[in-house]
Ligand binder design. Structure first.
Ligand code: BF8
Length: 626
């Protein structure tokens, strides 16, 4: 197979040619040389939980040594994926909450959205009258940090959900108590000799995943907005073509904005800008990648270099002075690729040290100094660039980014009739949905997966949905795909059908709305929840859906599970490793309908998946016709 067939991105294809010419191995090569994948792994039927195994389920060995059957093994493996994904998002959130607790008027981190902070303080019962904003911030941060391990009660943000949804969580005992507690409970319950009941394993998975969606991820999003500013609509660009020939190119890759925000600040430092000029560069060019890319484009308009599958290819351009990373979704292979060029691969987090990288530890206490040191390394590396090895692919697309929930409501207010409507509510969106001008809203989110062609499913599904009057919101690497393929532009309205195009025209939005990074899937929960509450309905009765067409990470499993547990049908373009248990498949794809009112649906053909979504959205509309 020609590896260029494995991506529809023309820049990526060009860089694959260059990598071959330069003798550089990429993920695409490794995928081709990896013959058949392990069937037990794909089906989820290998148990490595104790050292008596591994036990693998076959027709001849239908039980593990302890007697665990395929349902128990698949269920435990699934639950552990949810726990790992929840841990990743939530540890990120803990970092941001910790950063808020360190904020001060004259320190590295200040408060950018005081209104959001005060509103949250009031929601959480924190005294706000006549108090210094930083005292309020520190108390709110302490409450958030307690959400990880508080001994009593349930998570605070659950109360933001519609009351009907809260009742369901209560009825099925899936209200998350504390975030770390739910993760620990899963690890305990899936230890050798504990839960051996598939229904219970899925319920535990849902409870833990909800501690991500309505806990860790929501804290991550809201606290980032408080500290770094709630995103507002702005213009940017996406794809490898944003790298520049004669500038110091720095790629920001990873997830936590506490690092990337400081790098943005450091890159504007006059001394460092002057140093870049001294080195013969025309300046410093920051470009984002993966979720950090989404964070910095949302808040600063920093251009997006690419998505998960382009991390190696960015270095292959030969024009990157430094690839700066923190945590999550970072290929260890970057160390080897960077060796073939002059690129410095700089790791910064004790949570993600990578052999072969240059490690410069970043801590919140010394944040700006650390960031300046890192940027300086990149600038000093400019002189090592080998012009012979530089080839920057030219394609890039314009993007309109920065749609927080508030920014969406702000745009919607453009159609508010001031005689009868109150501004600042979701009423205009509700009106569009009820009248049928918009048939529904679908979140298209998630990764790239080498089991499918990079970007193809994302782009196919988004185009199909907007052709059917369905507004698309997107996060994570799905958002990068949308950006690269021109779907985040107002001009993309020409690809939308009449109703959606009219709405887009009226409120001045693209038909595909960039909502941020993967933790910002919590923004999707918030908007759907507000719409449901406005209508006094449950979230499962609104014509909305979630789609992860090319998902690959454990975080995506956690997201998909909390989306379903929140009552929103979730469509997957990649089969999760559960096929080895028909009971697990039945629960995830059917039985959950009876409890949480939503299920997973899987189809690896993107055209067919899009049609399933469109048909199901139409079915949900009956609730509006009652
Ligand atoms: O959290 S979409 S590849 S970058 S996991 Fe990773 Fe997947 Fe990209 Fe961000 Ni989300």
């Amino acid at each position: 197979m020609d590896k260029k067939m494995m991506t529809i991105d023309l820049n990526s294809q060009a860089m694959l040619d260059k990598a071959a010419k330069d003798g550089v191995e990429t993920m695409y090569d490794r995928k081709l040389s990896m013959k058949a994948q392990c069937g037990f792994g794909l089906q989820g039927t290998c148990c490595r939980i104790c050292a008596a195994g591994p036990c693998r389920i076959t027709p001849k060995t239908p039980l593990g040594l302890c007697g665990a059957d395929e349902h128990v093994i698949v269920g435990r493996n699934f639950a552990r994926m949810v726990a790992a994904g929840t841990a990743a998002h939530s540890d990120h959130a803990r970092g941001i909450a910790h950063t808020l607790s360190l904020s001060s008027r004259d320190g590295n981190y200040t408060i950018k959205d005081e209104v959001k902070l005060v509103n949250l303080a009031k929601e959480w019962g924190v005294e706000t009258e006549d108090r210094d904003i930083y005292d309020i911030a520190h108390e709110v941060a302490d409450i958030a940090l307690m959400e990880f391990g508080k001994p009593h009660g349930v998570l605070n943000f659950l109360s933001r959900a519609p009351k009907q949804r809260q009742e369901i969580w209560k009825r099925y005992a899936i209200e998350p108590r504390a975030i770390d507690r739910e993760i620990a409970t899963i690890m305990h319950s899936t230890h050798m000799g504990c839960t051996a009941d598939i229904d219970s394993l899925i319920n535990l998975s849902m409870r833990t995943s909800l501690s991500d969606g309505w806990g860790g991820s929501m804290i991550g999003t809201i606290f980032s907005d408080i500290l770094f500013g709630t995103p507002t609509v702005r213009q940017s660009e996406a794809n490898l073509g944003v790298l520049e020939d004669n500038k110091v190119n720095i790629i920001l890759h990873g997830h936590e904005p506490s690092l990337s925000e400081m790098i943005v600040l450091a890159s504007e430092d006059p001394e460092l800008v002057a140093l870049a000029k001294e080195m013969g560069a025309d300046g410093i060019n920051l470009a984002g990648m993966c979720c950090t890319g989404n964070e910095v484009t949302m808040r600063h308009g920093v251009r997006t270099a690419g998505d998960f599958h382009q991390q190696e290819l960015a270095i292959v351009t030969g024009a990157v002075e430094a690839m700066i990373v923190d945590v999550q979704c970072i290929f260890p292979a970057l160390a080897k690729v960077a060796e073939c060029y002059h690129t410095k691969f700089i790791t910064t987090s004790p949570k993600a040290k990578i052999a072969g990288s240059t490690y410069i530890e970043f801590t919140e206490e010394t944040a700006l100094d650390d960031a300046k040191r890192i940027v300086r390394e990149a600038i000093l590396n400019f002189k090592n660039r080998d012009k012979e090895k530089v080839e920057i692919p030219q394609l890039k697309s314009s993007t309109t980014v920065g749609f927080s929930e508030q920014a969406i409501i702000g745009q919607l207010d453009r159609v508010v009739n001031s005689q009868i409507d109150q501004a600042g509510t979701v009423k205009p969106l509700v009106d569009c949905l009820k009248s049928g001008v918009l048939r529904g809203v679908v979140g298209v989110v998630g990764c790239n997966n080498a089991r499918s062609t990079s970007n193809k499913a994302h782009v196919t599904i988004m185009k199909e949905l907007i052709k059917n009057d369905i507004l698309v919101v997107t996060t994570g690497c799905g958002a990068s795909a949308a950006g690269k393929f021109g779907l985040l532009t107002k001009e993309a309205r020409s690809m939308a059908s009449k109703g959606l195009a009219t709405v887009c025209e009226l409120v001045d939005i693209p038909p595909v709305i960039h909502l941020g990074s993967c933790v910002d899937c919590s923004r999707i929960l918030s908007v759907v929840s507000e719409v449901a509450k406005f209508l006094d309905m449950d979230m499962c009765d609104i014509p909305v859906a979630g789609v992860a067409p090319e998902w690959m990470s454990e975080k995506a499993v956690a997201i998909g599970t909390y989306v379903v547990a929140s009552g929103i049908d979730t469509y997957l373009g990649i089969m999760p490793p559960v096929a080895g248990s028909d009971k697990t498949v039945e629960i995830l794809t059917q039985t959950l309908q009876d409890s949480v009112g939503a299920t997973f649906k899987v189809n690896e053909n993107p055209e067919e998946l899009a049609q399933m979504i469109i048909q199901d959205i139409e079915k949900k509309r009956v609730h509006f016709e009652k």
